[in-house]
Design a binder for this molecule. Structure first.
Ligand code: PEP
Ligand code: MG
Length: 580
């Protein structure tokens, strides 16, 4: 008998979140370009065309009802409100009523009528000054697209249509789509665009979802329902694997499971080196879903709380009260352990649906993070008030992102002082000793570390950005991903010199970029004297397991050799051969 030919195909991209998964493909794509349709209809076809429209409306409504039902369980109330808003357009005279009128009175085909009404409403919404209302245009377009897809009898791709576990295939997933992923159904994902430290990649790691990004055009070969294996470590997606591959990957999956059982012994409790030094390992957090039982015993605290996800998870700027409740909860959850709350780091690849930032040609070099907070001081003060009020309920620290100049730091501190004065006048308690630090993620902070160190309580090194700004390599661009490397000697020297400069001023240094969770980097960071290592939750046990095999003296020897090397390749070879 002839062996079955499975026509296995392999696609490679950048492995950003480890893990092997087997599953069927679920294609999440923007709707296909419109199929052409007649513009006008005959007068005696009006009834028939209206029936077609009514049936498309009914199908859209029942889909939206299903989504609302599902989103209540998995996405929370706020997301549900957005979908309910979309549903209401289908009963709105200004939207659906107008479409019907265009069919009845102007003899437009239903498709043309939908298009005409959407164009009209888009023009109206776009003239509005209110950013929130302006953004509703996306809801109008979304619901119109759904209606149109039913008129044309094609399916409308939608993440909430995932009703069983599958591997998601997409051109791109924005952080705001990623926060909505339902972990019960998304086994892993593969995207055409993206790099290692895009925020989508960061989210996939903290959610423990294996992911391959930046796989390029070849992802077009994947069909809905194809059998897939993804390997998030190697950045590989295998389409319709043949039996040998399947067997090999079953074995790899079992090995992963055995390793994770072995690691479970290292989950709880502090990290130690072989020569008995305790290392403070903290965790990065941004989404409430990441909190779980026993988490507090696994880490020293939160080294980076990314507040922007709180802002992305909703359809409006969170009020002071909403923010206060969220920060207070995190501080209470962590039972007095340190929690570094970073003020809003929006811009770059992180957008808010309700706040349209001007389009920029280099968003990572533009209006981002502290620059935006200093420009939008009302928003900044609201956030600072919420954090300060919450600081009475635990051990909070404030951290400013992407500081580049001393003036920015001084201005941000002055605004914080102003907010503190206001709270004192109102007799609202807060932690008077709360520490204030900055992210070290721009080369100017490295160069001026001695000066900055005099004016901050601590630094936290953001290697995700420090690499892109030091090496001039866009962290989002898969075409230059081979140049993006924290083992580049220029980056290593920067990190080392910052730590030494801060220590000379008696200030502590954390690291919250991806490097802190990399087991290969551990001996270097240990030798540099990094004070607090903050990482994705999934890296904690691995890093503890790694540290127990290291000594400071051997690590220092390695560091002195590495700091004298010329290339990232040499460094990788040296750290790769060191005890692994
Ligand atoms: C970093 O840049 O390393 C960092 C932790 O911040 P973010 O990834 O959110 O930009
Ligand atoms: Mg950063």
């Amino acid at each position: 008998m002839c062996p079955v030919n499975f026509h296995e195909k392999r696609i490679t991209g950048i492995g950003v979140s480890e893990g092997v998964r087997f599953g069927h493909a679920f294609l999440y794509a923007q709707p296909a370009a419109h199929i052409s349709f007649p513009q006008q209809i005959e007068a005696d076809h009006v009834e028939m065309e209206l029936e077609r429209l009514t049936s498309a409306k009914a199908q859209s409504l029942s889909e939206l009802d299903l989504i609302i039902e599902k989103s209540k369980e998995s996405l929370g109330d706020e997301k549900t409100v957005i979908i309910q808003g979309q549903r209401s357009f289908l009963n709105d005279p200004a939207f659906y009523g107008d479409i019907v009128n265009h069919v009845k009175k102007k003899y437009l085909s239903p498709e043309k009528a939908v298009q005409t009404v959407v164009d009209k409403l888009t023009a109206v919404f776009e003239k509005m000054n209110n950013a929130y209302l302006k953004e509703r245009v996306h809801d109008v377009k979304d619901v119109a697209e759904r209606l149109m897809s039913h008129l044309q009898q094609r399916s409308y791709p939608d993440l909430t249509q995932m009703t069983e576990p599958a591997i998601l295939i997409a051109d791109d997933l924005t952080p705001s789509v990623t926060v909505q992923l339902d972990r019960r159904y998304v086994l892993g994902f593969v995207t055409r665009y993206g790099g290692e430290t895009t925020h989508t990649a960061i989210l996939s790691r903290s959610l423990g979802i294996p992911a391959v990004v930046g796989a390029g055009l070849p992802i077009a070969q994947i069909q809905n329902g194809d059998n897939l294996i993804i390997d998030g470590e190697l950045g590989l997606c295998i389409i319709n694997p043949d039996p040998d591959t399947t067997e090999k990957y079953r074995a790899k999956l079992q090995e992963e499971q055995r390793f994770s059982e072995r690691l479970s012994a290292f989950k709880q409790g502090p990290a130690h080196t072989a020569d008995g030094q305790e290392v403070l390992l903290a965790v990065n957090m941004g989404m409430p879903e990441e909190m779980r039982e026993g988490f507090v015993d696994e880490a020293h605290g939160i080294g980076l709380f990314r507040t922007e996800f709180l802002f992305m998870h909703t359809d409006h700027f969170p009020t002071e009260e909403e923010q206060f409740v969220a920060y207070k909860k995190v501080l209470e959850d962590w039972q007095g352990k340190p929690v570094v709350i970073r003020t809003l780091d929006i811009g770059g690849d992180k957008e808010l649906s309700y706040w349209q930032l001007p389009i920029e040609s280099n968003p990572f070099l533009g209006m981002r993070a502290i620059r935006l907070s200093l420009q939008e001081q009302g928003m900044f003060k609201t956030q600072l008030r919420a954090i300060l009020r919450a600081s009475a309920f635990g051990s909070a620290k404030i951290m400013f992102p992407m500081v580049t100049t001393i003036q920015e730091l001084r201005q941000a501190k002055a605004i914080t002082d102003e907010v503190k004065t206001g709270l004192r006048t109102e007799n609202i308690p807060f932690d008077e000793k709360l520490e204030i630090g900055i992210m070290a993620e721009v080369p100017s902070v490295i160069q001026l570390a001695d000066r900055f160190a005099k004016e901050v309580d601590f630094f936290s090194i953001g290697t995700n950005d420090l690499v892109q700004y030091t090496l001039a390599v866009d962290r989002m661009n898969e075409k230059v991903a081979h140049l993006y490397d924290y083992f580049h000697p220029a980056v290593l020297r920067s990190i080392n010199s910052l730590i030494q400069a801060a220590h000379r001023e008696g200030k502590w240094v954390g690291m919250c970029g991806k490097m802190a969770g990399d087991v290969m980097a551990a001996p270097l960071l240990l030798a540099m004297g990094l004070d607090e290592w903050s990482m994705d939750a999934t890296s904690l046990a691995k890093q503890k397991y790694r540290l127990i095999s290291l000594t400071r003296s051997e690590s220092r020897l390695l560091l002195s050799k590495v700091l004298d090397m010329d290339t990232a390749e040499e460094v990788r070879l040296a750290v790769g051969n060191f005890h692994l």
